[in-house]
Design a protein around this ligand. Structure first.
Ligand code: NAD
Length: 428
């Protein structure tokens, strides 16, 4: 891969923004310490028999950042670059994301160091089942509820649900979200994050008085988030001029035909490599295109102080978690780039995950119209609140989102601690 990604520490980026918001809120030191650190971090090691008969060991993580607002919720990532600092940052972002959008969940994240592209389906199933078994005391519908993230999808979530149910001796659908429909999944979950990114993009364009039909967009990453963002924005009339995945990046100033590209991708083993009707560009150049909207939807820290000066997009909508590192924040702000932060922009996924969890818990099945309308309401309200707080405190939307989230979690955490400190009434 030709991309030169400058690796920052995503956990440090989270802490930098946290501290700015905590100073504005004048949070005291003890609550800061509590909210910066995860409640639990678990490392698991397990081995499976590969298809060729050899044994291979894997390391996995589950970090529970905070449960003040509800059971912890967060995806599981399969990637060779997974590490504890990354999982810690992702877990904290889940706490802030649920708090910003008003979803009654805490934050968690998990990951396994592996390359899902080189593993067979049966190997992935064994890995998922072994990881679930190792964490069967941690997961639970009212404790910690996993979901898909980079490298995982409905198959893995179905295996996780099944293994957890075997360990506990009964079928427990609500232990995980992002499942196939036949395993208790929700309509609209697969495309929810991309749908949310497109809703937020339209709101951001409106803020800058830009017309969708005259706006261009470049999207980094063509997986779950990137593909669906591209499709919904194409349907809303935006010109999607560039996309990339790990194999290739390309550009067409006239706009790409996204439904045709998706067809190509599905027939081409889920890769955009070799798509005609476009010009190949360097991965890093996609981020620097002169477009109205840039949607990084691949991974963390792709925009840093090294390339932030060269960003020409008017708006960045963070489809990925943590694509902009904290050392780039000031540069982008000084250059008038409107950045809609991940903890708002990609919250469509956790929102519909919450709907799935509710449907499983209530033994209900909602219609797609109901799901999409509620999703839109929640994201519009989140967007409005973030921009209102940003203008009240004269801060960026990112810091405003952290202010909202920290205040909500800190207030709830403090109430819980007072309750814990209160001596119990003694009964005779
Ligand atoms: P995915 O595995 O489905 O897709 C990732 C895509 O990024 C793939 O197309 C891959 O080829 C591409 N990619 C990887 N490295 C790249 C690089 N250096 N340059 C260009 N493309 C590259 O993952 P996803 O679920 O779409 O997740 C993407 C991001 O969105 C992650 O940060 C994830 O945490 C975040 N996110 C996902 C969800 C969700 O519901 N899936 C929800 C919220 C946030």
């Amino acid at each position: 891969m030709s991309t030169e990604l400058i690796k920052q520490n995503p956990f440090q980026s989270m802490i930098d923004r946290f501290n700015i918001a905590a100073d504005i809120l004048r949070l005291d030191e003890s609550i800061r310490q509590k909210l910066q650190r995860p409640e639990k971090q678990i490392v698991v090691n397990f081995s499976i028999t590969l298809d060729n008969g050899s044994e291979k060991n894997f390391e996995g993580y589950r970090v529970i950042h905070n449960t003040a607002l509800g059971p912890s919720k967060g995806g599981i990532r399969y990637d060779t670059a997974v590490n504890l600092d990354e999982v810690k940052a992702l877990a904290a972002w889940m706490t802030w994301k649920s708090a910003v959008t008003g979803i009654p969940f805490g934050g968690a994240k998990g990951g396994i160091i592996c390359d899902p592209r080189t593993l067979s389906k049966s190997e992935l199933e064994k890995i998922t089942r072994a990881y679930t078994k190792a964490l069967s005391d941690v997961f639970g519908p009212d404790k910690d509820v996993p979901a898909p993230d980079m490298g995982t999808g409905p198959d893995e979530m179905g295996w996780l649900m099944d293994e957890f149910s075997i360990v506990h001796g009964k079928t427990i659908h609500a232990v995980v979200t992002g499942k196939h429909l036949h395993s208790g999944g929700s309509l609209g979950r697969v495309e929810a994050t991309g749908r949310g990114v497109s809703i937020i993009t339209l709101l951001a364009l409106e803020k800058l008085k830009l017309r969708p039909a005259r706006s261009s967009v470049a999207i980094q990453g063509f997986g779950n988030v990137g593909l669906h963002s591209a499709l919904f924005l194409f349907e809303k009339g935006l010109k999607v001029v560039a996309v990339s995945d790990v194999s290739e990046a390309f550009y067409n100033p006239e706009g790409l035909n996204i439904p045709e590209l998706i067809l190509y991708y599905n027939l081409n083993n889920k890769s955009i490599k070799g798509y005609p009707n476009s010009v190949a560009i360097k991965h890093e150049d996609l981020l620097l295109l002169d477009v109205d909207v840039l949607i990084p939807a691949a991974k963390e820290d792709v925009i840093t102080q090294k390339n932030a000066h060269d960003i020409r997009a008017k708006i960045i909508v963070e489809g990925a978690n943590g694509p902009v590192s904290s050392d780039a924040d000031k540069i982008l702000h000084d250059n008038n780039v409107l950045v809609v932060p991940d903890i708002l922009a990609n919250a469509g996924g956790v929102t519909v995950s919450y709907f799935e969890w509710l449907q499983n818990s209530l033994l209900e099945s909602w219609r797609i119209h109901q799901i999409n309308t509620r999703l839109e309401d929640i994201l519009e309200k989140g967007f409005e609140t973030v921009f209102r707080i940003a203008s009240k405190h004269n801060v960026t939307p990112r810091i405003a989102a952290y202010i909202i989230a920290l205040k909500k979690v800190a207030d709830t955490q403090s109430v819980k601690e007072v309750a814990l400190d209160t001596p119990k009434f003694k009964q005779n």
